[in-house]
Ligand binder design. Structure first.
Ligand SMILES: Nc1ncnc2c1ncn2[C@@H]1O[C@H](COP(=O)(O)OP(=O)(O)O)[C@@H](O)[C@H]1O
Ligand SMILES: [Mg+2]
Length: 265
């Protein structure tokens, strides 16, 4: 039990963007949060990473309530988001050394981990290059390395393969599997269903802020030809069930949009 969402809720402008979402990602498990744009994936992950206060519910990392004890919680956590910047003027090696020191690692530990991650994510040739000169895909991979440099118990990756070509996506998949094999609990989001099917031990289907279903990919697919077909069938069934109750947003965190600051980057 290394990442846990307990009835997490968050409302924006009176509408629930995350509506009682609950799931557990175990140590050594890859859990994919899958859903279309606007489903609530990023909002859920930011609450779990302690970057956004939940409107209601609890976000736990390694058993620690991240709102109640953010310092201890964040020590056990690596978080990646595509929008985070890198210090443009540092080389990749300098950047990783800087974050390693912040995390309390020794120079030797940082060096060893840098080699390991550069090899998995194939950026050995970029180590002496300034971050400002990297392409989108290269930045993405360096940012992923930064997130797991300190070998956290829990890893939350928001759309780690967005905008990457097939080769870079393959490296990211290798990186996720390597983290899992170290015993890390990995939560990642994507809207690429095929990728999720191949990579995840379990998947949570999220739509309109609600977790519609969860389970191993084969189980979710059921009789359908693909996960995508299964997802569309679920969404269709939910929409046919009827409308949401009015007023729900008022009851769950509509007034608390207090945001904690993003980490410096
Ligand atoms: N800071 C914000 N202020 C207002 N609305 C937001 C904010 N962040 C997200 N939303 C809204 O919440 C919903 C879920 O967004 P998000 O969690 O980013 O979805 P996803 O990551 O699945 O694409 C969307 O309708 C989005 O417009
Ligand atoms: Mg998102």
């Amino acid at each position: 039990m290394s990442i846990e969402a307990r009835a997490l809720c968050k409302a924006w402008d009176g509408k629930l963007a995350v509506d009682h979402v609950s799931f557990v990602v175990a140590a050594g498990e890859v859990y994919g949060l899958i859903g279309p744009n606007g489903a609530g994936k990023t909002t859920t992950q930011r609450m779990l990473a302690g970057l956004l206060a939940p409107g209601a519910g609890q976000a736990l990392v390694a058993g620690i309530d991240i709102s109640a004890d953010p310092v201890r919680g964040k020590r056990e956590l690596g978080f990646h988001t595509g929008t985070a910047g890198l210090y443009e003027r540092l080389t990749v090696r300098e950047l990783l050394r800087y974050y390693g020191e912040l995390a309390g690692m020794t120079a030797r530990e940082v060096a060893a981990r840098t080699e390991e991650l550069a090899s998995t994510l194939h950026f050995e040739k970029l180590l002496e290059r300034r971050c400002g000169k990297l392409s989108t895909g290269e930045r993405q991979r360096v940012s992923l390395a930064r997130a797991s440099l300190h070998d956290p118990l829990a890893l939350i990756l928001d759309e780690p393969t967005a905008g990457l070509d097939v080769l870079a996506s393959r490296f990211v998949a290798d990186y996720i599997r390597a983290a899992r094999d170290r015993g890390t609990a990995v939560l990642f989001s994507t809207h690429y269903m095929t990728e999720a099917e191949l990579l995840c031990d379990r998947i949570g289907l999220i739509h309109d802020g609600r977790l519609l279903d969860e389970g191993p990919p084969a189980e979710l697919r059921g009789e359908e030809d693909s996960l995508e077909a299964a997802f569309l069938a679920r969404v269709g069934a939910v929409e046919a069930e009827g409308e949401e109750q009015p007023g729900a947003a008022d009851r769950f965190g509509a007034d608390s949009d207090s945001e904690t600051k993003e980490e410096p980057s």
